[in-house]
Design a protein. Structure first.
Length: 461
């Protein structure tokens, strides 16, 4: 069982004096069991599957957040909590050891959204569906009653277990307040130019490094020298060294120590990430569904893209990382216009299933890819990075470096289905087949790729 002390928030008390209630976010590939207490357990689910169990007599229960149906024959270190076939029996066993009885347990299940379009002849992309099936088989075998199931579809949800009373709740993620947006101000070109002028500037040092990485023409000694001269970037790098995103929390207090412990490649990633972090807005409105959601999604996509490039031996991993980090930069400019339009976008993209890019174009007159290209041109980014920004939702249109664009598209899709609750977007699932075919990835190899991605990525939602 994984500890989750770093993933919690405390609700504000109500005017009636309701006591504080801590909410723990249970990361993918882990479970938590507990006796009755004034706390909640929550999992944010896309293609992952969540299961809650509660014994009303023993007054104890738990929640498990499952990434995959079963081990995919990968070379990763085996973590049984990750899979339905091994993780759910572990949670049931631990509950029994604490006094629960399987014949009294009540189960709720949610998640299992489709990764891509599924036909009757091709069910290999229904990874979440297979996770649901295995979980249901285990619950049936243990004679555990399922009292609520909401699985499948293409949309994300949260599954919550209230440990104070055993009540469960399944809700859509990002559901806006009950209100209707009749009209909002559509930005014109002049307003977009002003908005681009007002975004946080990226340090010239960072732009220089971005160009060097894209051209694959840099000397690490030169980059390290530049970083040492920038106190703000140095502080950000030291801070990111303690981030769970990078899989290890290190006690680093200087750039020289970071260089020593991280190595050249990871240090370079931290330099670029630290430089871009302050560029992304931190507020939890607009595109972001949580504080810092845009940056978290960008960083996760970068890490996934880098690992995909390594696993399939296509492209250059450090270039894939950089392209993944930059793919959504246009959202930074449009973010202020998204806030008042959010309910309308939620209805059209999440409930009615319309293409996100098409809704942006219709409602704003621009897409975040259009604006991202203009930012990239302002910064004199290389053509391969600009092309990725422009076509990461339409990788079949890429001409200069299509391999890179397809890798970032696949990374973006994996993030949207397996690391939910960070930003409002709906990836067109029909594009997935194109990217898998272009990159010569078979459908049945996709779960193996996902199983080989760094676990800290899935723990960040």
């Amino acid at each position: 069982m994984n500890r989750i002390n770093d993933h919690k928030k405390i609700d504000k008390p109500s005017l009636t004096g309701t006591p504080y209630k801590i909410t723990h976010a249970v990361p993918s590939g882990s479970f938590v069991v507990s006796n009755r207490k004034p706390e909640r357990l929550t999992a944010y689910l896309g293609s992952c599957v969540g299961v809650t169990l509660w014994d009303p007599v023993a007054q104890l229960g738990g929640l498990i957040h499952l990434l995959l149906p079963e081990p995919a024959g990968s070379n990763t270190s085996f973590q049984p909590e990750t899979y339905a076939a091994t993780g759910l029996p572990l949670m049931i066993k631990e509950l029994a050891q604490k006094g629960a009885s399987p014949d009294r347990l009540e189960a709720r299940m949610a998640g299992g959204a489709l990764v891509g379009p599924v036909s009757a002849d091709d069910l290999t992309l229904d990874i979440g569906g297979r996770t649901v099936e295995i979980a249901e088989q285990i619950l049936s075998r243990e004679k555990i009653k399922i009292i609520q199931v909401e699985t499948g579809g293409f949309f994300a949800c949260s599954l919550t277990l209230d440990l104070s009373n055993g009540q469960g709740r399944i809700e859509p993620i990002g559901l806006p307040p009950a209100q209707t947006v009749l009209a909002f101000a559509k930005p014109d070109r002049r307003q977009i130019e002003i908005a681009m002028d007002q975004v946080q500037p990226i340090p010239q040092m960072a732009l220089k490094i971005l160009r060097m990485v894209a051209d694959q023409n840099y000397r690490f000694q030169d980059i390290a020298k530049e970083v040492r001269q920038d106190q703000i970037i140095s502080a950000k790098i030291i801070s990111l060294c303690g981030s769970a995103f990078y899989g290890r929390k290190m006690n680093i207090d200087s750039i020289d120590r970071a260089l020593l412990l991280l190595g050249e490649k990871q240090f370079l990633q931290l330099v670029i990430s630290a430089s871009l972090e302050r560029f992304f807005p931190v507020q939890s409105h607009g595109y972001s569904l949580c504080k810092g959601g845009l940056f978290r999604h960008a960083l996760g996509t970068a890490l996934v893209a880098e690992r995909l490039a390594q696993l399939i031996k296509k492209g250059t991993p450090d270039l894939a990382y950089t392209a993944g980090l930059l793919h959504d930069i246009g959202k930074v400019v449009l973010d202020q216009y998204m806030a008042p339009a959010y309910p309308l976008f939620y209805r059209r993209t999440q409930l009615e299933g319309e293409d996100f890019i098409e809704v942006e174009k219709e409602e704003f007159g621009f897409t975040h890819a259009d604006i991202g290209v203009r930012l990239g041109e302002r910064w004199s980014l290389p053509s391969n990075l600009i092309e990725t920004i422009q076509w990461h939702h339409r990788p079949d249109q890429a001409q200069i470096h299509p391999e890179l664009v397809h890798i970032v598209n696949l990374a973006d899709t994996i993030m949207s289905r397996y690391v939910t609750g960070q930003e409002l977007e709906r990836i067109n699932p029909g594009i997935l087949k194109q990217s898998l075919k272009f990159l010569a990835i078979s459908d049945d190899y996709l779960p193996i790729l996902i199983d080989n991605l760094p676990r800290q990525i899935f723990a960040s939602n």
